[in-house]
Design a protein around this ligand. Structure first.
Ligand code: PMP
Ligand code: GLU
Length: 399
């Protein structure tokens, strides 16, 4: 469309929302589709967090907050970072935003000039490449595969660095692979990045608490890169608060000031009652909310057992987040019931049409051989979805 700005023409719609909207339309047309598309907890917001929001409304927290967030929330975030990650931050280093997505946009907007390169280990979360494009930057991809647990090594990272590299952006735990970087792996990555002071590490830790494998490490824990790191986190996943839109960045002061400047012109401070409720969430002993993580772990094990039995699926064993990212390359280049399958997106469409199960193809995550399933759904839905896919593929005419 001619009227659109060049910036918009470069951009794709978010594939996670494209697929979830398709499922919604099919459901509205009376089809019994199971959606494993969007990654969002299916739990209600815990009672004490809701109560804190009601109180904030009663107490008239209804005016603009400071642009980077209420001071008591920023202090609660600093306390959380100290308690959980042994990181020292002051409130002036925190910028509270409308979700972690917005926090990443603030950071990228603050540092990316036209033509700057941002390294993305692939698979990456759908929005990263699009955000980089929006800023006029250029993504440089590091390919990984199921064989290496979808993780890059420090050597691969170093090879991807050029004089134009401005940032490296990744999520650990990772959406879509469900892997997470261990302490030793991050230590090696940190030693590489420390040699390139022009590079900012954008470490998206939104799935920090959804980790069944071991202790979460933030790369900011390594003193040699603390001043080069923007830690991204938020309330959406760990507290089932996706619709409340609270995320944050913890940065060196110069970068936090950049985020505040951008946010002050674009959106102002985040929703005030959700900010107040977030203080309660962050100050509550997380063991009170752990029932959600335990439910996700149970579902992970359930799906793993069932998915391994699906013909042509190579399945990873995700240790964190709530996604499976199986390799379905067995089906590529073939036709299924007469439908040509050239990449993972075609395969996801095939499953939607023939098995009535919604997933998201891996192309927009930077991997055309895998598809993503969110297992933030009920055990009944997950069991039924895996059964449908298995039967559909067992009975499909493959040529
Ligand atoms: N980062 C990753 C890796 C995600 O999966 C998501 C999911 N929405 C986000 C950031 C954005 O979260 P928020 O709801 O806080 O914007
Ligand atoms: N992060 C979730 C996902 O990957 C929500 C959708 C989105 O923000 O893209 O499905």
């Amino acid at each position: 469309m001619e009227k659109y700005a060049e910036r918009l023409r470069r951009l794709s719609f978010s594939q996670t929302f494209v697929m979830s909207n398709k499922v919604r339309e099919m459901k509205a047309n009376g089809l019994d589709v199971i959606s494993l598309t969007l990654g969002e907890p299916d739990f209600d917001v815990p009672r004490n967090i809701k109560k804190a929001a009601f109180e904030a409304i009663e107490n008239n927290f209804s005016h603009y907050s400071p642009v980077p967030g209420f001071l008591d929330l920023r202090q609660a975030i600093c306390d959380k970072l100290k308690r959980d990650n042994n990181l020292e931050y002051e409130p002036k280093q925190i910028c509270v935003s409308n979700g972690a997505k917005h926090a990443i946009i603030n950071v990228l907007s603050s540092i990316i000039n036209d033509g700057d390169e941002v390294i993305l280990p692939a698979p990456y979360w759908v929005s990263y490449d699009e955000m980089v494009k929006m800023m006029g930057g250029k993504s440089v991809f590091i390919e990984t595969s199921i064989e290496t647990d979808f993780k890059m090594t420090a050597e691969e990272l170093e090879k991807a660095i050029t004089p134009k590299t401005k940032a490296i952006l990744y999520s650990s735990p990772c959406n879509p692979s469900g892997s997470y970087y261990r302490y030793e792996e991050l230590e090696q990555i940190a030693s590489v990045v420390a040699r390139y002071p022009q590079i900012t590490i954008i470490s998206d830790e939104i799935y920090e608490y959804i980790n069944y494998g071991g202790k979460h490490t933030s790369i900011a824990e390594f003193p040699q890169v603390y001043e080069q790191t923007a830690v991204i986190n938020g309330m959406s996943k760990a507290f089932a608060m996706t619709g409340w839109r609270i995320g944050y960045s913890a940065c060196p002061v110069w970068l936090a000031e950049g985020c505040e400047k951008i946010q002050g012109q674009m959106t102002s401070g985040a929703n005030t009652m959700a900010q107040k409720a977030s203080i309660t969430a962050l100050q509550t002993d997380y063991s009170e909310y752990r029932y959600m993580i335990e439910a996700f772990r149970k579902r992970r094990d359930l799906v793993y057992g069932l998915m391994k039995e699906i013909p042509g699926f190579k399945v990873n064993y995700p240790e964190a987040a709530f996604y499976f990212f199986p390799d379905i390359s067995f089906y590529l280049g073939k036709t299924l019931n007469g439908i040509p399958i050239k990449d993972a997106d075609d395969f996801a469409m095939f499953l939607l049409d023939f098995a009535l199960v919604g997933s998201v193809g891996g192309v927009s995550f930077g991997n055309a051989e895998c598809i993503r399933f969110s297992y933030a759904a009920s055990e009944r839905e997950l069991t039924e979805a895996m059964k449908r896919i298995k039967e559909c593929l067992e009975n499909a005419v493959i040529s």
